[in-house]
Design a protein around this ligand. Structure first.
Ligand SMILES: Cc1cc2nc3c(=O)[nH]c(=O)nc-3n(C[C@H](O)[C@H](O)[C@H](O)COP(=O)(O)OP(=O)(O)OC[C@H]3O[C@@H](n4cnc5c(N)ncnc54)[C@H](O)[C@@H]3O)c2cc1C
Length: 434
């Protein structure tokens, strides 16, 4: 086991930890990364869509060498009932070429690639090693206890990037146990279903090598707060669904049941027909947002990525927040070394810089959404249903004059939700999302 002292210890080799480690190693610091998995990415689950712009800020022109699946040219949202779908989407050929917008990826491959870049930059990446505790002296974080024999390792700064449900964050900041935002944890499960490349392109209407995404709400989560997704990989489809843990428990629903129902939905079944299940994965997602965030720094410690609840569930963003928080944390640590001071006043610059980015601005913007949806899960079932009622009437061609049709649509919709309630819902949605 490595006994020497390092400049920085990074706990966790996900996008947040690896972005921090890469930035600091490039800046000349002596960095060690501990990862509990067999290799970076081996424990990671993501839908997963990786966003070009944030990734490029850390790894310029990564798409020229990183293992990616398909550039996403088409993004769709589906509102689902049991037997219908209302679709909204956008497609552009501009996203098919440089500089790209987003890619589908397998985190097991992509994180491994990032890990290699981090090692090339000069950091040590030690896998199959769990960090069990934080070592503090006089209120300052000075190292970590790993699960290995003689496994105490010391450094001037520890960057906690261990992902969702971070116990180390609580310990490092001396937070109360109740901090963990259990109510706002979502559980997601995902399958990777193998299909021939050509079949994927035919079924999703894609040109050679291009990708598409579908996000689904409504029947996909049986009206619980959550979403489902389908993403095209080179020779497989990732399909998954997640919902708030509290709603799954209260409704006594197993996430696997949700996935099986989703796969049997008439709009989904043909997309995956004949495919072979290659992988089954499950993971938690921190959905607490801004209100559930811990302090992001302390004496000798910084918190990045999911460990600090940096997930924007409304826009299905997490990897980009992780990468940017890791990069900024790395830059702040480099400055701290120039100053020779690792106290909380110096490291507070991380919070200040992050406040000026989309990471905190977006989390702040949606800060009331988690609580609102948690209290109003009925909206997840009701609105796909209303959309279906209206669209069915609209698309049914019969002898009813169009003006009369409009009246029928209004009547049927108002039967389900009064005009007063609809106005109230829209106003509240505008307040929490607008
Ligand atoms: C089902 C699902 C779908 C998602 N889809 C998307 C998507 O499409 N696009 C997107 O941008 N985001 C998506 N996200 C969110 C995204 O995956 C996360 O926001 C992102 O991975 C956070 O990165 P991170 O580095 O903070 O944490 P993680 O990626 O979770 O990395 C943490 C690392 O720390 C390691 N670790 C944990 N504890 C210890 C310890 N004590 N000692 C040593 N190592 C430890 C873990 O093994 C892991 O490798 C999705 C999440 C889920 C669960």
């Amino acid at each position: 086991m490595v006994q020497e002292k390092f400049d920085v210890i990074v706990v966790g080799a996900g996008p947040a930890g690896l972005a921090a480690a890469y930035t600091m190693a490039k800046g000349g610091l002596k960095v060690i990364v501990f990862e509990r998995g067999e290799h970076p990415g081996s424990k990671n689950v993501m839908g997963g869509v990786l966003y070009r712009q944030a990734t490029e800020e850390v790894f310029p022109e990564f798409w020229k060498e990183a293992p990616l699946e398909r550039p996403v040219v088409e993004s769709n949202y589906w509102l689902m009932t049991k037997d219908s779908v209302t679709k909204y989407g956008y497609r552009t050929e501009e996203f098919a070429g440089e500089p790209y917008n987003a890619f589908t990826v397998f985190r097991s491959k992509f994180d491994r690639w990032m890990g290699r870049k981090v090692e090339e930059a000069g950091a040590l990446v030690i896998c199959e090693t769990v960090v069990e505790d934080i070592i503090k002296e006089d209120g300052k974080v000075v190292g970590v206890k790993t699960g290995r024999a003689n496994g105490d390792v010391y450094a001037d700064v520890v960057v906690i990037a261990e992902g969702v449900n971070s116990i180390l964050t609580q310990e490092a900041l001396g937070m109360q146990k109740k901090y963990l935002a259990w109510d706002y944890l979502a559980v997601a499960v995902k399958e990777v279903i193998a299909l021939p490349k050509g079949k994927i392109e035919d079924r999703f209407g894609l040109e050679d090598g291009q990708g598409a995404t579908i996000e689904m709400i409504g029947e996909a989560t049986q009206g619980m707060v959550g979403t489902a997704f389908i993403y095209t990989n080179r020779e497989s489809i990732s399909i998954g669904v997640g919902a708030l843990m509290s709603h799954l428990i209260n409704n006594k629903v197993n996430p696997n049941e949700l996935l099986e129902n989703l796969k049997a939905h008439p709009a989904v079944k043909p997309l995956i027909a004949g495919g072979e299940i290659k992988e089954y994965l499950g993971h938690m997602i921190p959905e607490g947002g801004y209100k559930a965030m811990p302090k992001l720094y302390g004496n000798g410690v910084l918190i990045v990525g999911d460990a600090a609840q940096m997930v924007n569930g409304i826009h299905r963003e997490g990897s980009n927040l992780a990468l940017i928080s890791g990069k900024i944390a790395g830059e702040v640590v480099i400055k701290a070394f120039e100053k020779g001071d690792f106290g909380s006043v110096t490291l507070a610059e991380y919070q200040a810089r992050l406040n000026d980015t989309f990471v905190i601005k977006d989390l702040q913007k949606y800060q009331h959404s988690s609580g609102y949806f948690e209290e109003h899960p009925e909206l997840f079932k009701l609105y796909p249903h209303l959309a279906s009622i209206a669209n069915k009437e609209f698309f049914t061609v019969d002898s009813i004059p169009k003006k009369e049709k409009q009246r029928i649509i209004m009547r049927k919709v108002f039967e389900k939700r009064s005009m007063r309630h609809l106005a109230k819902d829209l106003y509240k949605l505008w307040r929490v999302l607008g």
